[in-house]
Ligand binder design. Structure first.
Ligand SMILES: [Zn+2]
Ligand SMILES: [Zn+2]
Length: 118
């Protein structure tokens, strides 16, 4: 039976992209991130987890620049995690986080931009 590509759910597409080590933080020609095809928040976090070594490689070169939150991709990632010092999430998205989604270290404290911790 021939495969009808229109029937392939976005989630499979995203999984495929991630399996191919596609850069998750680079937009494609439709100006979409691979993770934009994943609507389920839990799955999104899971994919980020699976792909975190690739993300670390992409995030590391310009950690000082403010990148968008890797969970919602809307707000700037301006929360600094202690002790791992990763800055990957916005204020809203980090609230539920007990561990850093990048390196899996337990988060002892979350700092906002020079305004103490939350
Ligand atoms: Zn966010
Ligand atoms: Zn971390």
């Amino acid at each position: 039976m021939p495969v009808d590509y229109r029937q392939i759910p976005n989630i499979v597409l995203a999984a495929f992209l991630i399996k191919c080590d596609a850069p998750l933080l680079v937009k494609n020609r439709q100006n979409k991130l691979p993770l934009d095809y994943v609507s389920d928040q839990k799955l999104k976090e899971y994919f980020i987890l699976l792909n975190r070594s690739t993300i670390i490689r992409q995030v590391m070169p310009n950690t000082s620049a403010l990148t968008p939150c890797i969970i919602c991709d809307e707000c700037p990632a301006d929360i600094l995690f202690e002790p791992c010092k990763h800055k990957i999430s916005c204020k809203d998205c980090c609230i539920k986080m007990k561990r850093c989604v990048l390196c899996q270290l337990n988060i002892d404290a979350k700092y906002t931009q020079g305004k103490g911790f939350i």
